[in-house]
Design a protein around this ligand. Structure first.
Ligand code: ADP
Ligand code: ASP
Ligand code: MG
Length: 595
């Protein structure tokens, strides 16, 4: 008999009528012959309301008590859903996170799942019951209630689908699928039939709140197909699977995180081990850092900039205060009036000019780019918060995301391809009973014979990045990594990019022309560098990956020149001479996580 997991988000159980509708969906599936496990979120905006209550009682509530409080939201809804099912004539049993044996670590508010015991669920299913499980919550070793992080019910659902080996995992929500960007922000967004795990993971991590990013880590690791669909209509929805919708479109979605904060540590001594001290302290607090950019300044000092979620700014500043003294940096500046706009696409890496197209779109909308980072699957730009919506619209329009790509495949075509024997590369990890959310790496590689070009004193106004990369593109030079960051010297920015070693001379020529025409401070070229890449799943959200990387490089006395991260890769640019040592060191450090 097939097993189906159905997850209902907050709006889908917001009132009694909606609870009945959810109950009817589960009963219908059961009557069609499926075993049914439901995962349910707190009703409507109840989690927000509980958070407000806590903050009214006092500032900085203890994390343990916060999770105790927030978990009650889901407990209310599972009981009501089970009652509704019983009232409609089927049998249901509600279970809390603890009762489904959802064991997590003890990081309250960001707990990771360790194991789930399926026995009780399976016994109830055997008895013909519908199991109604509380999303978002678990228990730690001491039976403390933990929560998985906002939006975490998706992760509960996909994790259950994985351990129960479900045939389907349906996510019922208030939109009828995954769109090219949040349709509430941009009505012209297009619903996609299919999106790949890699793209959805990156989009979710960069702000597409329709799915909790960690649920997609699970789905990819254990090969769970996810069907996102509306609670309120019968539209087909979107399948999140291994395959992409289009094999050619460079960009398949755009996302925005409105509430970001930038921090810059000024005057960091440019010697190995500094990044380690900075980022390990932050990672210990489980704060995810993004857009890390280091500007090599004059006199052996660097400015290190990065972004965190605005909510994490205060904790980050407190955490950094002692670190600044230890490493002998000059100080920290921050700006919490910024948003991050990103584009994501699995085909991006093979196509030149995607970055400059994004910068041109932003320039066309008069948006000033404060920071840039790129990696193989995404480009992010940090922009002033009051320009964020314009920026999102501009890139959506620029990449024509409202139009269906000519080679777009529907889910039924992809299914037909699969049946016809078209091979898809899948990664199905062994279910580890005790470490379901453990880090999974797929490889460590080195790209050698690269060079770096840096333009210093880039004026802080719209259009410069577009002009720069269009001219470099026009010279036939293909650029790999791009970073733009804050420059402590005069508040301008610095832009660095990598090119193949044999393109260094031509790149420097163009860079000098660009520098002259925009009145920049100078150009620097560094030959013989290498890019070391750690690939895997959920690398940004597993905050210790960057720490381990920095640790390993620092212990071998290797300086990190540039860094870029995505959920799929962490890249560090280092001196070519150290590449082999770096690779061996990383292989050792990550041995336990390499599949
Ligand atoms: P639920 O309570 O069902 O989990 P969420 O509010 O967490 O629902 O997620 C659904 C919301 O995600 C939508 O209402 C939409 O505004 C937002 N969203 C953000 N990005 C996207 C996207 N790319 N596609 C669809 N919805 C998106
Ligand atoms: N109720 C939780 C939240 O609002 C979990 C969820 O809905 O996924 O974040
Ligand atoms: Mg959600």
């Amino acid at each position: 008999m097939s097993l189906i997991v159905q997850k209902f988000g907050g709006t889908s159980v917001a009132d009694v009528e909606k609870i009945r509708a959810a109950a009817r969906k589960a009963i219908r599936a059961q009557r069609q012959g499926h075993r049914v496990v439901m995962v349910v979120s707190a009703m409507g905006k109840n989690t927000d309301r509980l958070l407000e209550l806590a903050n009214e009682v006092g500032p900085n509530p203890p994390a343990r008590e916060m999770d105790m409080l927030l978990s009650t939201g889901e407990q209310v809804s599972v009981a009501l859903v089970a009652m509704a099912i019983n009232a409609l004539g089927s049998e249901a049993v509600s279970l809390t996170g603890g009762q489904i044996g959802m064991q997590t670590d003890s990081s309250f508010s960001k707990a990771r799942i360790r194991s789930i015991s399926t026995e009780r669920i399976e016994r109830l299913l055997d008895e013909g019951k519908i199991v109604v499980a509380a999303g978002f919550q678990g228990i730690d070793n001491d039976l403390n209630i933990t929560t998985l992080g906002r939006g975490g019910s998706d992760t509960t659902a996909v994790a259950l689908a994985a351990v129960l080996k479900a045939d389907a995992c349906e996510i019922y929500t208030d939109v009828d699928g995954v769109y090219t960007t949040d349709p509430r922000l941009l009505p012209e967004a297009r619903r996609v039939d299919v999106i790949s795990y890699d793209e959805m993971l990156e989009l979710a991590s960069l702000g597409a709140s329709v799915m909790h990013n960690r649920s997609i880590e699970f789905a990819k690791k254990f090969g769970v197909p996810i069907h996102v669909r509306s609670s309120f209509s019968d539209t087909e929805g979107t399948m999140i699977v291994t395959e992409q919708e289009s094999a050619t479109s460079p960009v398949s979605g755009a996302a925005m995180t409105p509430d970001e904060a930038r921090l810059t540590i000024l005057g960091v001594p440019d010697v190995p081990g500094m990044s380690l001290k900075i980022f390990s302290a932050i990672a210990e607090k489980k704060i995810a850092v993004d857009m890390v950019v280091q500007n090599i300044g004059d006199g052996g000092k660097a400015d290190v900039s990065f972004t965190v979620r605005r909510d994490d700014l205060q904790t980050t500043l407190l955490t950094l205060a002692p670190v600044i003294d230890v490493i002998g940096a000059d100080g920290v500046t921050h700006d919490d009036n910024v948003s991050k706009v990103s584009v994501v696409g699995a085909n991006m890496a093979d196509q030149a000019g995607v970055a400059s197209e994004m910068f041109r779109a932003l320039a066309g909308a008069g948006v000033n780019i404060q920071m840039i980072t790129t990696s193989e699957i995404k480009i992010s730009a940090l922009v002033p918060r009051d320009q964020a919506s314009q920026a999102l619209r501009a890139v959506h329009e620029g990449f024509k995301l409202h139009e269906k790509p000519a080679d777009a495949k529907s889910w039924s075509q992809i299914k037909a391809d699969r049946e016809a024997g078209v091979e898809v590369e899948t990664l199905i990890s062994r279910l580890r009973d005790d470490a379901l959310e453990a880090l999974t790496l797929t490889g460590i590689s080195v790209l050698d014979h690269q060079a770096r070009v840096t333009l210093m004193g880039v004026p802080d106004r719209p259009g410069i990045a577009a002009d720069m990369f269009e001219r470099i593109g026009a010279a036939g030079i293909s650029v790999d990594m791009i970073v733009q960051g804050y420059d402590g010297v005069d508040g301008s920015t610095s832009v660095s990019f990598t090119v193949p070693q044999d393109a260094l001379e031509a790149s420097l020529k163009v860079a000098k022309e660009i520098a002259a025409s925009h009145g920049m401070r100078g150009v620097q070229g560094v030959a013989e560098i290498a890019k070391v890449t750690v690939s895997g799943i959920g690398l940004r959200s597993h905050t210790h990956v960057a720490t381990l990387l920095f640790e390993s490089l620092a212990s071998a006395d290797i300086n990190v020149d540039m860094i870029s991260t995505s959920e799929l890769q962490v890249n560090a640019v280092i001196d070519s001479k150290s590449a082999d040592t770096a690779k061996r060191g990383l292989e050792k450090v990550f041995a336990g996580s390499l599949g």
